[in-house]
Ligand binder design. Structure first.
Ligand SMILES: NC(=O)c1ccc[n+]([C@@H]2O[C@H](COP(=O)([O-])OP(=O)(O)OC[C@H]3O[C@@H](n4cnc5c(N)ncnc54)[C@H](OP(=O)(O)O)[C@@H]3O)[C@@H](O)[C@H]2O)c1
Length: 281
């Protein structure tokens, strides 16, 4: 019998790509969608493959429970969970309202935590498996204007690291995927900046336009092909002893070098120079 994997956030990007790649690799895939009515792209990409779209907004307790119950009922087992669903939020931290910050944590942190909790009895009963958390390079290094997103991914890294230890006795492998920038809907259809981002009265006006330009350039020039991450996630599902952290993609290496070998005071200086260079008065 094939192994069963539940992947969250499969409308586009890494989720959709991983669902297809995992099914091609022989897994039975349940692909969660925040809104089942948006399954068109997934259904087209997964035609003829063992992929079942599933209504699953990770912030909704009854949907989480129903999704897991259906899988256990239909398959009698659940072997892997990929916590991929996530949202970004651009904006200087002072500009962000409480409801906006809470929403980011609701999806990226509480959603992933609650999904994992809901799946653990099934994973344990099946004798083990894996939980893949799609974190980010922003889970190791916080950049200006991405503080809310980075905060949520730092939190996810903490949960993932503790879970790695706690779940080892049950044969459940926890993995953190830390991608750099990749071309997915997170930069287009799902681009999300806080309501006061370009407030003309605000103190951050001098950086907003140049920050946008810099951001666009980084995405245009550096963002990689998401298939690389999707294939890597599938390799993790098959790996009996994967490392905890998986930095991957554009800028992964320079950022790891900065983090591991350069004192924070130097990183601070680089950021200070960058902000001063980007300032438009
Ligand atoms: N692309 C990158 O450069 C990059 C880099 C590092 C990390 N990541 C992480 O990779 C993951 C996937 O993002 P992506 O880049 O593939 O972007 P994406 O194409 O925008 O995909 C995000 C997915 O999450 C879903 N989602 C959002 N809120 C949800 C909720 N409450 N319940 C269930 N699903 C929800 C979205 O569904 P709807 O579209 O229907 O809302 C969409 O399917 C995220 O965790 C993101 O933080 C991305």
């Amino acid at each position: 019998m094939s192994e069963t994997v539940l992947i969250t956030g499969c409308r586009s990007g890494f989720g959709l790509g991983t669902a297809v790649a995992a099914a091609r690799a022989g897994f039975t895939v349940y692909a969660g969608l925040r809104d089942l009515a948006t399954a068109e792209d997934l259904e087209r990409a997964a035609e003829g493959l063992d992929v079942t779209p599933l209504q699953l907004d990770v912030t909704q307790a009854h949907q989480r429970e129903a999704a897991v119950a259906r899988i256990l009922d239909e398959r009698g087992r659940l072997d892997h969970l990929v916590n991929n669903a996530g949202i970004a939020l651009g904006g200087f931290l002072e500009q962000i309202e409480e409801d906006e910050l809470r929403r980011v944590f609701e999806v990226n942190v509480f959603g992933a935590w609650a999904m994992t909790k809901a799946c653990l009895p099934g994973l344990r009963d099946g004798g083990g498996g894996s939980v893949v958390m799609v974190s980010s390079m922003s889970g190791r290094m916080a950049l200006p204007t991405l503080g809310a997103y980075a905060g949520s991914k730092f939190a996810l890294e903490g949960l993932g690291e503790a879970w790695r230890h706690e779940l080892k006795p049950f044969g459940i492998r926890v993995v953190l995927i830390e991608p750099g920038a990749y071309r997915t809907d997170i930069f287009e259809r799902n681009r999300n900046v806080c309501r006061r981002y370009d407030d003309p009265q605000g103190p951050y006006v001098p950086w907003v336009r140049s920050g946008d330009r810099l951001h666009r350039k980084i995405v245009e020039r550096l963002a990689g092909d998401p298939a690389e991450v999707c294939d890597h996630i599938v390799r993790c599902l098959r790996d009996p002893s994967p490392p905890l952290r998986h930095p991957i993609g554009p800028l992964a290496r320079p950022r790891a070098t900065l983090r591991n070998f350069v004192p924070f005071a130097a990183v601070e200086l680089i950021m200070e120079r960058l902000l001063s260079w980007a300032r438009e008065d």
